[in-house]
Unconditional design. Structure first.
Length: 279
């Protein structure tokens, strides 16, 4: 059996020995956005370190645990803290949580992140609906032997970020008076921030840049999940602002945007799981 799949199933068995909760939505919280988990009706929590073989985040601001509970009546699993490729983990470990949450029952993967804005119309604190991504600068998590138990060898990528879910989030933002930008997100490996020259090149093709999300979306799409994503633009990318970039700045901007982010995520989850969204 595939080594990556073996590790995934080991983690699955470990989680199932601790909870029988079945989520409908899997929510991944990015830098500075972990406080959202405090607003859900919690049923149980499992720290990553207590899951056999599970990768543990080393990034400041990323707590390491799964939180199982409810947003309204919607059962969700909330991933408080993610692991990144730049931490030295193989990409198969980076996407292991997304695959695991699918095995636990989640049908929708709701990704969030903190990003640098490259669109000149964006400002720090803006929320951006991810309409598509560019992943050619990050390792593809499907490389190597295909895991047939999860999905096909050559998955279609034309609707990774479900247009149905995008429309629901777009309408939810409008109904609740939340300004929501839209754009293409590009993932680089990190951990160094981008150079002004890199941003100048990338800005021709994308609107925001970060160090996560794309590989998780690819893996989730491969195993049949519907994917949606919102990026919190926490700073203007290198060369667009005279101030040097810092992780502290990212966290501070994310914290400032947290109230409207939390509201949009909550209202969106409630709408995503209505009967009309299950198409």
């Amino acid at each position: 059996m595939n080594e990556v799949y073996n590790k995934l199933m080991k983690c699955y068995d470990s989680v199932k020995s601790k909870t029988d909760f079945t989520p409908q939505v899997a929510l991944v919280l990015g830098s500075g956005l972990g406080d959202y988990a405090d607003s859900i009706k919690i049923v149980s929590e499992i720290e990553y370190k207590d899951i056999d073989g599970f990768p543990v985040s080393t990034v400041p601001g990323h707590a390491g645990k799964f939180i199982f509970g409810y947003v309204g009546e919607v059962p969700i699993v909330c991933m408080k803290g993610r692991v990144h490729y730049y931490e030295g983990y193989p990409v198969s470990d980076v996407v292991l949580p997304a695959r695991l949450m699918k095995l636990l029952g989640a049908q929708i993967l709701f990704l969030t992140n903190a990003s640098g804005g490259m669109n000149k119309n964006f400002h720090a604190g803006d929320l951006m609906l991810i309409t598509d991504h560019i992943g050619i600068f990050a390792p593809n998590p499907l490389m190597g032997a295909n895991i047939d138990e999860l999905g096909t060898r050559f998955p279609d990528m034309s609707n990774v970020y479900s247009t149905d879910l995008q429309e629901i989030i777009r309408n939810t933002a409008k109904t609740n008076g939340i300004d929501l930008k839209e754009g293409v997100y590009v993932q680089l490996t990190g951990p160094s921030y981008e150079t002004p020259a890199e941003i100048k090149m990338l800005s021709h093709f994308a609107d925001a840049v970060g160090m996560s999300t794309v590989v998780e979306a690819i893996a989730a799409n491969h195993c049949g999940m519907k994917v949606c994503g919102i990026s919190c633009v926490c700073n203007l990318a290198a060369g667009m602002n005279p101030t040097p970039l810092s992780h502290k700045e990212v966290q501070e901007a994310a914290d400032k945007a947290a109230p409207k982010f939390q509201k949009l995520v909550t209202k969106s989850i409630l709408q995503l799981c209505q009967p009309h969204a299950a198409k």
